[in-house]
Design a protein around this ligand. Structure first.
Ligand SMILES: Nc1ncnc2c1ncn2[C@@H]1O[C@H](COP(=O)(O)OP(=O)(O)O)[C@@H](O)[C@H]1O
Ligand SMILES: [Mg+2]
Length: 278
């Protein structure tokens, strides 16, 4: 009798495969590094809040994750596929499974709200208009802006524009969401409305996400509240409790100096972290 073949290594003992895994990634522009030796991952169902002051590389890091910027050296895995040097035509369908809310919302002023939200769907000429309209309305309903369907961005407030940008990111039922400073430049009340949408997507759909902010109050709100569908609002967890699976990353001048829970963040001994959260 011949020897039994060596068994394959078990594919997934323990933790489930990450949605995104970045390993030892460096990004440079014109020879000088903007991100250096970055390693982290986002697990299924996990929300990661990326903190850091202006100019440390937060937006670059988001673009690294969906392949808009490539690392050198280092690797990026998205949905289990190595995208580090994947050609754009193969990367495109993977990127289409993500949703991105760009900094400042970045709507097209010459397009109606309907066409802004439909943008990804319009790229596929086979999608019938009726289906596009129905899906745009559904996405707009989620952000509470159905009535803006035929309007143009110029007639909307800053907060409404940001909500349209969120609807646009949700149009393809993304498996992973990237939010770049979704409350940047907004007043506190409007910011809370936006964070409730982020929270609602997390708690109603369990979509994993990576969210950039430099506003601690937004970050803490995400960790200490959950979205209550019946009340249609965020509700605070009992004092001392935090939302499982919502954790922090922090950048200081292109280096990841923190990766952990809210509890670990507030007790960090790192001088930069301490100064930031004061
Ligand atoms: N495409 C680019 N070309 C050259 N430099 C860039 C580019 N994108 C970002 N940078 C530089 O990288 C640094 C980090 O930028 P960014 O990620 O936008 O910071 P933030 O943390 O404020 O989002 C900045 O110094 C910025 O000027
Ligand atoms: Mg930025």
């Amino acid at each position: 009798m011949s020897a039994a073949p060596a068994s394959l290594p078990a594919a997934s003992e323990g933790a489930p495969a990450p949605v995104v895994a970045v390993r030892h990634a460096t990004v440079s522009f014109g020879g000088s590094p903007v991100l250096e030796d970055i390693t982290f991952s986002v697990a299924p169902g996990e929300t990661r809040i990326l903190l850091g002051p202006a100019g440390v590389g937060k937006s670059v890091l988001l673009k690294l994750v969906n392949g808009l910027i490539r690392p050198d050296p280092g690797t990026v895995e998205l949905f289990g596929e190595e995208i580090t040097s994947m050609p754009e035509d193969r990367l495109f369908p993977l990127r289409a499974r993500t949703g991105m809310v760009f900094q400042e919302g970045a709507l097209f002023d010459s397009l109606s709200v309907r066409d802004n939200v439909a943008y990804q769907l319009i790229q596929d000429p086979n999608t019938p208009d009726q289906e596009i309209d129905a899906r745009v309305r559904e996405a707009l309903r989620f952000v509470g802006l159905e009535e803006t369907f035929s309007l143009f961005p110029a007639s909307l407030s800053g907060g409404m524009r940001r909500r349209v940008a969120i609807a646009r990111a949700l149009i393809n039922n993304p498996e992973f969401l990237l939010y770049d400073s979704p409350t940047g430049g907004l007043d506190p009340v409007t910011s809370t409305t936006i964070m409730e949408l982020v929270m609602r997507q997390r708690d109603a759909h369990g979509t994993p996400s990576l969210l950039v902010t430099h506003r601690l109050q937004d970050a803490f709100m995400l960790c200490t509240h959950r979205f209550d569908e019946e009340k249609g609002a965020a509700v605070a967890l009992p004092k001392g409790e935090t939302v499982r699976n919502t954790t922090f990353l922090m950048l200081e001048e292109g280096r990841l100096i923190f990766d952990g829970s809210l509890e670990e963040l507030v007790h960090s001994e790192n001088a930069f972290v301490r100064e930031f959260i004061q």
